[in-house]
Design a protein around this ligand. Structure first.
Ligand SMILES: Cc1cc2nc3c(=O)[nH]c(=O)nc-3n(C[C@H](O)[C@H](O)[C@H](O)COP(=O)(O)OP(=O)(O)OC[C@H]3O[C@@H](n4cnc5c(N)ncnc54)[C@H](O)[C@@H]3O)c2cc1C
Length: 307
């Protein structure tokens, strides 16, 4: 029986310390230091503001050093046709030759059809099950001998048919993918996938991906008359996303900040200005972190005791 499937995506693996590796590549370009001293310098300091600078400068090739691999299922063959247009990515896709659907195939239900109500959903499900009978019929007629009958029986399968894949992209390609596919002009299914992939990336490389997404997040929408006109809303959604992601700098990280380091409060990026001095009665060291506007965000009376 054909059964409905929904999107599932996981970040299977990624380059350890993806941002440090990128920073190291970039610093190597501009530095006389050898590899070991470069590594020590990189490890001693948060590279957030440097990563941001690289992106502002358009020094994007260094982002190719960090790669991210996703496991994706519950997506349609219609999505497959779109995602595989991204030539810089690497793909492994479930085969319709080696895998038989004689026990039923998965299918994706478009939300617009779901929104038509239960009768429409029932009809769609019936159509999928009818297609399955056609598929099995062709498998039988073609000798039902696995690969060689599957490869032609599959011609009657729909675009809705579920597929699964493993996809690897480097950070540069991912940012490009997010730019095109998180835009409201992209088709709903690949947009939904791109948004989920983006959240997974944000968790492990926040500086690399905090402003990744449609062009309107970074400037004017380039779509002209075809623009969705939602730039303001999209920017607000990004602020909200950052506020609720793990982008808040922890007290433990705060107390180790140095002047010029980046820190996050509810997803907002700030540049630290740190003041450390002995208290008036000389009983303890006071440590305060201000943002670029002079607002204090963190204070300790001892370095190890935030209040
Ligand atoms: C809203 C939307 C609608 C679309 N509609 C259609 C459509 O109707 N029909 C259709 O066919 N496609 C359509 N596409 C797909 C689109 O044309 C691209 O094929 C797809 O988005 C991949 O983009 P890309 O080539 O930039 O990405 P990638 O293949 O991932 O490449 C990344 C970048 O690498 C560089 N690059 C890669 N290969 C080459 C090369 N051979 N030569 C030079 N530079 C290269 C380019 O700078 C490119 O931008 C649509 C895409 C979107 C987002």
């Amino acid at each position: 029986m054909a059964t409905m499937k929904t999107l599932h995506v996981e970040l299977l693996r990624y380059t350890p310390d993806p941002e440090s590796l990128i920073a190291m590549g970039a610093k190597l370009c501009y530095s006389k230091s050898d590899i070991n001293s470069l590594r020590e310098k990189i490890e001693a300091k948060d590279q957030g503001s440097f990563i941001q600078k690289l992106m502002d400068m358009g020094h994007e090739s260094v982002m190719e050093h960090s790669v991210f691999t996703f496991g994706i299922e519950g997506v349609s063959r219609a999505l497959l046709a779109q995602i595989t247009r991204h030539r810089v990515a690497s793909f492994s896709v479930q085969s319709q030759r080696y895998v038989s659907y004689e026990n039923g195939f998965g299918y994706i239900l478009p939300p617009q059809i779901a929104a038509l109500g239960p009768d429409a959903v029932k009809k769609y499900d019936e159509q999928m099950n009818t297609i399955e009978t056609w598929y099995k019929d062709w498998q039988e007629k073609l000798g039902k001998n696995g690969e060689s009958s599957n490869e032609d029986a599959r011609f009657v399968l729909p675009n809705a048919c579920e597929t699964r894949m493993q996809v690897t992209m480097n950070a540069r390609e991912l940012r490009h993918f997010f730019e095109l596919r998180m835009c409201n002009r992209a088709q709903w299914e690949i947009r939904e996938l791109a948004k989920k992939m983006h959240i997974l990336c944000l968790e492990v490389a926040p500086h690399l991906f905090e402003n990744a997404g449609p062009p309107c997040l970074r400037g004017k929408c380039p779509e002209g008359e075809k623009s969705c006109g939602q730039a303001k809303k999209i920017r607000q959604e990004r602020k909200d996303l950052l506020a609720f992601s793990s982008l808040n700098t922890t007290p433990e990280e705060m107390k180790n900040l140095k002047n010029g380091d980046t820190f996050y409060i509810r997803g907002e990026r700030h540049v630290a200005s740190c003041d450390s001095h002995m208290s008036g009665d000389a009983s303890c060291e006071e440590y305060i972190v201000y943002d670029e506007n002079g607002t204090s965000w963190f204070e300790t009376d001892f370095r190890d005791r935030p209040f």
